[in-house]
Structures are given as C-alpha cells and as structure tokens.
Design a protein around this ligand. Sequence first.
Ligand code: SAM
Length: 466
Amino acid sequence: MKVSLSPEEYDALRALLARAAGLVFDETRKESMAYSVAERMHAAGLRDVSAYLSRLEDPVERQHLLDEVTIQETHFFRNPPQIRALRLHVLPELLRHAEANGRRLRIWSAGCSTGEEPYTIAMLLRELLPSASGWDVKVVATDVSSRAIAAAHTGRYGTRAVQLASPEELGRHFQAAPDGGYEVRPEVRELVEFRHHNLVTEPAPFAASERIDLVLCRNVTIYFARETTRALMARLHHVLRDGGYLFLGHSETLWQVSEDFRLVALGTGDSAAFVYRRLDLPAERRTVLPDRRTADEGPPPPKDERRLRVRREEPADAPLLVGLDTLVEQAGAALAAGHYAEAAQLAADACVLAPLGAAAFYLRGLALVNLGRDEDALVELRKAVYLEPDRGFAHFLLAGVLDRLGQPVLAARAYGAAADTLGLQPSDVTAEELGGRSVRELAQLCRQLERRLVGDDLANVVEEVS
Ligand SMILES: C[S@@+](CC[C@H](N)C(=O)[O-])C[C@H]1O[C@@H](n2cnc3c(N)ncnc32)[C@H](O)[C@@H]1O
C-alpha cells in the first residue's frame, strides 16, 4: 500500500510523535513517515489516513507507530575510541570505586536499541570481572521501542551487528546460535536487564535515592529538539553520582546544551575519546591547561605534534579537561602569529571538543590553506559551511580551495554563497584572519569571482583584483 500525507496529516503526526517521544521530523523525513504509516495502516486493516490518525488515540497503536519510526541503527563495540576508553580507563576506575563502596555498580544504557550497546558493556565488564559473585553489578538497558527491546531479549544477532568485534571478542563473548548467527553468552546476558522506558516523558527508571555510575545515551538525542535534550541532560545529571560518566554519540555535544558536565579527554591524539563527567568539586581544582610540560617529560614536541597534556599535580590517571573557548582563542592567536601547524592542531582539538561548532572547522580550514594543504582544508571547510550555512568567510575560503583544486563549477557556487551570506552581515565588519578585508569588499570580490568562473566577466575581475 502506498500512502501520501497531506501537509495537515504530516503536521498532526509530527506533533503526536514530538509529544509521545520528543522526536522531531523535518520535511526530509516525510517520505519515510508515509512509508511507516502505510505499514501500520496495512497491519491495522485501514485504508484511510484520517481513520488511522483517529486510531492513534489508542496507546497500543501509538507504540506500534513508535516502533516503526524510531531508528535502531547500532553495533556491538560501536565507536572504538569510546570502547578503548571504557576498557582502559572508565570501567577499571568505576570498579575500583565500587570495590570501596559495597561492590555495587550501576550502568544505564539509555536508548539501547536492540541490545548491542548494553551487551558490549557487559562483555567489557566480564573481561575485568570474570566472576561477579559477591558483586552487585547491573547494566540497565532501556528503550522506547518495544520491538527493539523484544529483539534485545533474544540475545541473537546476525553478522552485520558484530562487524566491529575482533575474532577474540567473538570467540569469547558469543556462541553459535541455532540459526547460524551469534548468540550472546549467558554470563554476559545475566548482567543486563532490559526495560521499556521513554526518556522524554518518564522519570529515570531508578529509585529516587539510587545513583548511577555511568550513563550511555549515544545517538539518541540527534532526533530531539534542543530543549528536549536540555531537559533530558538535566535528568541524567541528577541520576549520576559525583564522578559518574556520561557517554554521548560522536556527533552529539553538550556545547550550548548543558554546563552541568565537565568534558574529559581519555587517551591521546586521534584515539582520544571525549566524554562527560559529573564532577561536583570546584572547577579550579580540575583545570588542565593545554601542553603544560614539566622537566621529567623531556623536550617539547615539534609544534605540529602538539598534544594536550595533563597537569602533573593531578593524579596520573586523572582525566584531561580543556576549555573550548581557550582552544579556539589559541588557534586564532597562532594563526595571527603565522604558526599555522600549531593553529591547525589547536583547531583540530577544538573540533573534537565541539563537533557541531563551525568556528573550529573554519579556523582549521584556514590554517590548512595557509599550509598549502588544500585537499585537507576542503574537508574542514565543507563541514564549517554545513554546520553554519551563513558563515560567509568559510564559503569564501572554500571557493578558493575548490578553484585551486580544479572544480570551477563548485567554486563559482561557493563564491555565490559567500557573496550572499557575507551580504547578511554589517558591511563594515572585517576579518583580520583574511587580511583585514571588510565584508563589503569581500562580498563584491566574491560576486566578481563567481562571474569570472561562469565565464562572464573575466576582464573586469582581473582589473579590480589587481
Ligand atoms: C540509533 S539508536 C542508538 C542505539 C545505541 N545507543 C547506539 O548508539 O548504538 C537510537 C535509539 O533511541 C531510541 N529512542 C528514541 N527516542 C527515545 C525516547 N524518547 N526514549 C527512549 N528511547 C528513545 C530509539 O528507539 C533507538 O533505539
């Protein structure tokens, strides 16, 4: 059955799903919503969308629709830097803390989908704690999708779900399922408890006095409005104990969402995982500055290998805390001083801290342009304009890169976007990092370069620019 939704019907469904589970559907998801509705209408024996909308007053049908529209994409051992951080830092630390506190450990996989995430955590726990006798360890795994929870209960998976597991992990934590797939071993399954739970409309599924050591809420809030995420983060902060950890997905950030948590880097360089922590101690006890070196650490690394370092007055395994604003500021200063490699590295660190912030990607792109690394700059500048489509200076840089890389059509389009978006700013604003040119000047130049690239006005441009 094929269904097409009128604007009013789509709006009614969107409003219902926002109320029911905080889910936001924009225009690009209309087709997939129509597909889900068609599936449900077929199952319910209905042929008319308005009759189906009335049927949604029944909570059972609302749940069926939620099962249909939620996105269950997940894998075992998803996000390798986070898995490494869990294995090497977080779980050993939490177990040490639990050892001294009644051997009780509580982990919450919030938005657990079909179970791969909580079972992965239980597998990592089993590696550290082969026998849990005498311990009260539980991974509580919740999801709003009844269908996902039912699948999770079976503990059986196909090849795709385990594609990130190493052969050793496969051999250790799975056994052959009767249908030829993989079945999670009983000693792992017994650590996990699945429950149906709605993160947006229900309180946390724990007793009021219970505090949680680690919450994973990965790749869930990407479907929520910012206000919904804000309220959820406040609740997660409340259920965590002091020192507890919060893991989000790699495209999720608390930047401009919550200031309750401290960002923590675990590991170094490209394999660092950035996670959040509830830390109730005064902030100044925990400040860590970039690249602070002491005598026992040997000579400083070359500037372009600069890495963030932990202050030595912290315990050796203390997490590394850095400030986004500081990094962006330092990247800007390094650019101004002509230290492009250093600027590129500082901006790269800032990109990891705020993966949804355009400023750091723009600065990194600019640093890479100055280093003559146009192909790398292209990646960063595309991200900058994707994250902030009105960032005219980024469009301008992107256009130059595309032009140099022999892509005149795309370059013309980027110059056009630069002229349009620069035109939105007050015309006397200047970009120091672009040689102090004013917005007005740059917008005119971009328009002319756009025309030149579409073969229109070459002679004029050469005259004006030279
Ligand atoms: C993409 S999966 C993420 C699974 C897992 N956390 C991971 O990162 O691999 C997102 C999950 O969030 C669940 N979800 C969406 N809205 C929810 C809500 N309001 N309450 C609880 N779970 C929700 C969906 O049902 C889905 O299973």
